[in-house]
Design a protein around this ligand. Structure first.
Ligand SMILES: *Cc1c(COP(=O)(O)O)cnc(C)c1O
Length: 470
């Protein structure tokens, strides 16, 4: 009965939060309307055009709304005062401007490399709002994190041994934990499933003696206070994610019982909420996930544990658009082909694994207005020199013509900010936008890469000519 009550209450509170704004899928409709206006304005204001034939657009209003919805989702299922840190997984959008925007919305950073930590620091994310999780931390990285007071989750026994040495020789304010792999199995995308029996991440809980090893590790080290699990990303059914969190919670309870005190005080449940790439609807929502956790793992959310979350894709994906100009429209073997400037360099996963990562494509005319007309199966091709460089194959769209634009939707996470420099294609600019009643304003989140930068990054910056002199 307790659970049902919690659940009802949660739903009521969430309903209440929503009732002031647009209900249900209209949220998606708002965001689609903003996107269409931004595309039009980007063409009008020259954000894209012949000289800048591809750009990434980020909906600042939408990102703020998702951050607020994430806070509301967990506030609705935890007692007031429960410590909850939402740490954005920096790898999903490694842009300082994005991290600053999220910081201003009360979101921290989950980092997994020295580069990501540097980005989080450049964005002013406080050490207390930063979590370091990578599977291959060097001693220098660990020392830096401990010196800064950043939370660290040890991935394996060897890393824990390093922490043993370091905590003996210096005091740290870092909350320290162990990452576990609940081994609940994989989702639809193998490469993103982190809780398979043989996953490279964390301590595999179901292996012989591993669970007992984790419990002992805590009992022997009073300074270990956290457990961390991230069971996978896109392609994981909610129910499996919940099972991974439940297994981690049960382990925390076991440790605390055997320790005779509340040694594990915080559980980091990772990220991984899947994103709907098929329409403008946001499903599942952070609120649905939080309610599912409340129903299935109530003890996790009753206020006895602090929480850390590490969502990446679900915070950003729906708010990003790749906008690219159609340079040429041609035909081959009866198939219309739009040759655009968006291909493998900005949509690497989609081009190499089209079945796992299909993207919706929208067609806009030379002025940036949505194109209408009968749908014709056509290839939307990128600029790279290999035949497979296609954003979409035989996709029914209004017939694209020279000078039109295509938009690849839901690309705000893991797409245009993850440049792949095939053919030395330049990193496109990334522009945040906000839509007001009468105007669309843009601000640069990342300048487009220049040719000089391409040459310099390719080792052309100096005259040393070192290979020739070997
Ligand atoms: C990638 C990753 C995340 C974020 O995953 P999303 O699917 O983008 O939410 C969170 N935590 C860890 C440890 C990760 O590796």
């Amino acid at each position: 009965m307790g659970h049902d009550e919690d659940n009802d209450q949660t739903q009521d509170r969430t309903q209440h939060l929503r009732s002031g704004t647009t209900p249900g899928t209209a949220l998606g409709a708002d965001s689609a309307a903003r996107r269409d206006r931004a595309v039009r304005a980007a063409v009008e204001q020259g954000v894209v055009g012949p000289a800048a034939p591809v750009a990434g657009l980020l909906d600042v209003v939408g990102i703020r709304a998702s951050a607020a919805a994430l806070h509301a989702a967990f506030d609705a299922v935890t007692p007031p005062g429960t410590p909850v840190l939402h740490a954005f997984a920096v790898k999903a959008a490694p842009l300082v401007a994005v991290l600053r925007l999220l910081r201003s919305a009360g979101i921290g950073a989950e980092v997994a490399s020295p580069g990501e930590l540097a980005l989080a620091r450049a964005a002013g994310v406080a050490p207390a709002h930063t979590v370091l999780d990578s599977p291959a931390k060097t001693p220098a990285e660990l020392r830096e994190a401990l010196a800064l007071g950043i939370a660290v989750n040890a991935d394996n026994p060897q890393e824990l041994a390093r922490l043993d040495t370091m905590t003996r020789s210096a005091l740290t304010g870092s909350p320290l934990g162990i990452r576990v792999n609940p081994q609940i199995g994989g989702g639809a995308i193998g490469a993103l499933s982190t809780a398979t029996p043989t996953s490279k991440f964390g301590v595999p809980l179901r292996d012989d003696d591993a669970r007992e090893w984790v419990v002992r590790a805590f009992l022997d080290r009073p300074w270990l206070t956290r457990l961390h699990a991230h069971s996978g990303s896109q392609g994981m059914p909610l129910e499996m994610m919940v099972r991974g969190v439940a297994a981690t919670y049960e382990l925390a309870e076991e440790i605390n019982e055997r320790a005779g005190r509340r040694q594990v005080d915080t559980i980091d449940i990772g990220g991984g909420l899947p994103v709907n790439f098929g329409s403008d609807d946001e499903t599942p929502t952070h609120a649905q996930y939080a309610r599912r956790l409340k129903a299935r793992v109530p003890g996790l959310l009753d206020g006895r544990y602090g929480l850390v979350t590490e969502f990446g894709r679900s915070l950003l994906a729906k708010h990003g658009t790749i906008l690219a100009r159609v340079e040429y429209a041609k035909q081959a073997g009866g198939r219309p082909i739009a040759v655009t400037h968006a291909g493998v360099q900005v949509a690497t996963r989609t081009v190499y694994m089209p079945a796992s990562w299909p993207l919706r494509i929208r067609a806009y005319d030379t002025k940036g207005d949505l194109k209408s007309g009968p749908a014709v199966g056509q290839d939307v091709a990128g600029p790279a020199c290999f035949a497979g460089d296609l954003l979409a194959e035989n996709r029914p769209l209004p017939l694209l013509e020279q000078g039109d634009y295509i938009a690849a939707l839901d690309t705000g996470a893991y797409y245009f900010a993850h440049h792949y420099s095939y053919n030395s294609l330049a990193r496109p600019g990334v522009h945040g936008f906000s839509v007001q009643a009468d105007a669309v304003r843009f601000a640069v989140a990342r300048e487009p890469q220049t040719l000089d930068e391409i040459v310099a990054e390719a080792g052309g910056g100096s005259e040393r000519d070192s290979l020739r002199h070997l």
